[in-house]
Design a protein around this ligand. Structure first.
Ligand code: GCB
Length: 732
């Protein structure tokens, strides 16, 4: 019988020219430098080595080595001889090492996350951690065994076809193997078990098992899972055995009505997740995965976009168990690389092969914002067509999708390639007004009523150190993040045709190139901090919308010192009424939905308590004479400096629109320089926004002043003054 032996202990890790250190897997070498900003984390080739004795095996047995994540490329040597190599840091690969084994062995894995032009990702808004950051195992199997090596296959493929009307499913089960003469399949059911035998023909065995009265996998309501066991048999003797869980569900997507699960409307509303956390990088344990899932369950999401690459099998398993609908994707992102085609195809082949059996997954993401760094080329189109065809060759049951960058023209030919589409929009954060998001979808849906469209990313950065009573775009306050999401949540509620929506992001995550909003190396669009524990206020807005667990949350607990005479108290709750107590006295009771606001006069220190039935929350706030400077991301006010200066209305200034400034060659040149320096410190979206014609059109109506405001501290005040002075020298 097969044995799986954990192989995580007693490794030696060494960077070139450095002494080796003992490590236990999972391990990444960028846990610290990949999160501290500066875009200077070490990318190179390091080595992991391990001595081990000959595993105890029976004659004829084979020993496979399994890597579940070697980022980004790996070359594996056993006793100095080449065993295998792999490109792509997020998928499983295995190799048969039996022939190279000796009494005493030395395994060496050269792992490489250095820059190149072939292996995705190379350009994206997250840290490309290097290392053996997921489990390594030995798998000992008999001579004749289920397949292990082709694209990291689980050896078994389960395709349930559900007939809702008859409440039955026809489950096709296929296995691949070396040897054996037949395969015995067994599915325990709630009333007994189904058993079938199928002959091995050409290395494959197939059966179809009818499940009557099928228990459906019904999302978060009832994520029921079956298990199928396959036994490889010869002469009546069982040689190898594997089992896998699967779920029976049917889904469809309507361009007008959105997503349907098992015949009922099931709007997909949820979050995205990256696989890293503060101080640990991507070397996560099962406990980390479980903690993340608990947060997803707490917020009440029914879908998760596992961005921007294949994530750990343990996490897809958790999604199956918890009924989360998953968008799965490969890291074909930001920049199309002409030499990267094979790598996109092999990463997709592995994703689909390795993840096929998860009922949670409903689509394969071909790429993310792939047009962000350059125009749509014939090579890029061809790459997408091949990926799309590959997905359908491997899987006829799931649609392909793409996440488009917000400046991609809606009539671009690339949009027609995947079965369904989705846009990442950041109006109201990187640029523009919040209402531009609404307008975008309204226009899109009116123009392309037959296209399925979703909202694959939206978000605003917030550092919970920063607060404002009048929040503004670009101030990085918790309060602006709340306003932003309140707007978008309403937008989504009013547009049921959006087949799936995903907040970017559930958790803050590492993007070592970032330096903004008071933190280095982090993208702070999370609803939860990078510790994956501390929740920002906006988290509770979604909880109020999605979760059925009654709760009351008082916003602004970290906004203690308040200078205003009358302050707003905001409560997020899924209860129907909220009673507000100030210093122990009931001041007001309100009926409402999700968002409850109260105005209370401030004098001294106050105990605030919000109550609904059994649920309550409390906080202390106090009146202060002057605004607390620690709450301000921008320590100086930028609104007033301009008025104080001598202002010549017949000359250009930052009060002019981007459209007007780009008309005049002199002001256009000044603008260009400023945009470049602004973009340097922010994510790729901001960087690419510079050169995009479609985007320039969208921004033409904005004043330069409002653009600067939302750019936060990437434009220092001295520079704004200089800029204005330079513009004021140019006559209109
Ligand atoms: C995007 C990208 C994502 C970034 C995000 C941002 O559109 O797809 O990877 O992290 O924008 O925060 O800028």
């Amino acid at each position: 019988m097969r044995q799986i032996i954990p192989f995580n202990d007693n490794w030696l890790f060494a960077k070139p020219g450095e002494a080796a250190q003992a490590v236990t897997l999972p391990h990444t070498w960028n846990a610290v430098d990949g999160q501290d900003g500066g875009n200077d984390y070490w990318r190179g080739t390091a080595s992991y080595s391990k001595h081990f004795p000959m595993p105890r095996i029976q004659p004829g047995e084979r020993v496979f080595l399994e890597f579940n994540g070697a980022a980004m490329s790996a070359e594996v040597l056993l006793n100095g001889a080449f065993l295998t190599c792999h490109e792509g840091g997020y998928s499983t690969f295995r190799a048969d090492m039996t022939e190279l084994l000796q009494d005493e062995n030395l395994l060496t894995v050269k792992v490489d996350n250095s820059e190149n032009d072939r292996v995705y990702p190379q350009k994206a808004d997250f840290t490309f951690y290097g290392g053996l950051y997921r489990d390594v195992n030995l798998i000992v199997v008999p001579q004749e065994h289920f397949a292990l090596t082709e694209s990291g296959t689980p050896g078994i493929k389960v395709t349930p076809e559900v007939r809702l009307r008859d409440r039955e499913a026809y489950v096709m089960v296929e296995t691949r193997q070396t040897g054996g003469s037949e395969v015995w399949f067994e599915i325990p059911t709630e009333t007994g078990k189904e058993f079938r035998r199928a002959p091995v023909l050409g290395g494959q065995a197939v059966t179809i098992i009818q499940l009557k009265n099928v228990h459906l996998w019904d999302g978060v309501n009832d994520p029921f899972l079956y298990t199928v066991t396959a036994k490889l048999v010869k002469n009546g003797q069982v040689l190898d055995e594997i089992s896998v869980r699967f779920g029976c569900r049917a889904f469809s997507i309507d361009p007008d009505k959105g997503f349907f699960l098992n015949g009922h409307s099931y709007p997909l509303r949820g979050v995205s997740r990256h696989q890293d956390r503060a101080g640990i990088g991507n070397a996560l344990t099962i406990e980390h995965h479980k903690e993340d899932m608990a947060v997803i369950r707490e917020i009440g999401a029914n879908t998760v976009r596992l961005a921007h690459y294949q994530q750990a099998q343990e996490f897809y398993d958790l999604c199956d168990e918890n009924g989360l609908v998953v968008w799965a994707e490969i890291p074909y992102i930001t920049q199309h690389m002409p030499h990267g085609r094979d790598n996109t195809l092999s990463q997709m082949r592995e994703l689909v092969t390795q993840c096929y059996n998860h009922p949670s997954i409903v689509c394969w993401g071909l790429s993310n914002e792939i047009t962000a760094s350059g125009p749509v080329t014939e090579d890029m189109l061809e790459n997408h067509r091949l990926l799309h065809e590959l997905c359908h060759e491997l899987d006829s049951t799931r649609p392909t999708t793409m996440a488009h960058v917000f400046m991609l023209e809606t009539d671009s030919p690339i949009i027609d390639i995947p079965d369904i589409g989705s846009y990442n929009l950041y109006f109201g954060w990187y640029l523009g007004e919040l209402t531009q998001n609404d307008r975008f979808f309204d226009e899109y849906h009116a123009k392309f009523p037959e296209r399925v469209i979703g909202f694959s990313e939206y978000g605003a950065d917030a550092n919970p150190q920063f607060h404002a009573s009048v929040p503004e775009r670009g101030d990085y306050t918790e309060e602006y993040q709340c306003l932003y999401h309140e707007h978008i949540l309403k937008l989504i509620d009013e547009r049921p045709y959006l087949w799936a929506t995903h907040v970017w992001n559930l958790f803050d995550f590492a993007a070592d190139g970032r330096d903004e909003g008071g933190k280095k190396g982090e993208n702070q669009k999370g609803l939860v901090l990078f510790d994956h524990k501390t929740k920002k206020d906006a988290f509770y807005l979604y909880k109020a919308a999605w979760s059925k667990e009654p709760f009351v949350h008082l916003c602004g607990k970290r906004y203690v010192d308040r200078a205003e005479e009358i302050t707003e108290i905001k409560v997020y709750s899924n209860c129907e009424s909220i009673s507000l107590y100030v210093d122990g006295k009931l001041t007001e009771e309100k009926l409402g939905k999700r968002i409850f606001t109260f105005s209370i006069p401030l004098s001294g220190e106050h105990e605030i308590k919000a109550v609904s039935g059994e649920q309550s929350d409390c906080m202390t706030i106090r009146k202060v004479a002057e605004p607390n400077k620690d709450y301000l991301f921008r320590k100086t006010e930028i609104v007033n400096w301009f008025d104080k200066e001598d202002y010549k209305p017949d000359c250009y200034s930052i009060k002019d629109t981007m459209g007007a400034l780009s008309q005049n060659p002199q002001t256009a040149a000044i603008l260009g320089r400023m945009m470049q320096s602004m973009a340097a410190k922010r994510g790729d979206v901001a960087k690419e926004a510079n050169s995009n014609a479609n985007l320039q059109k969208m921004m033409a109506g904005m004043t330069l002043e409002s653009l600067i405001k939302q750019a936060g501290d990437s434009v220092p005040e001295a520079m704004i003054r200089q800029l204005n002075a330079a513009l004021q020298k140019i006559k209109k």
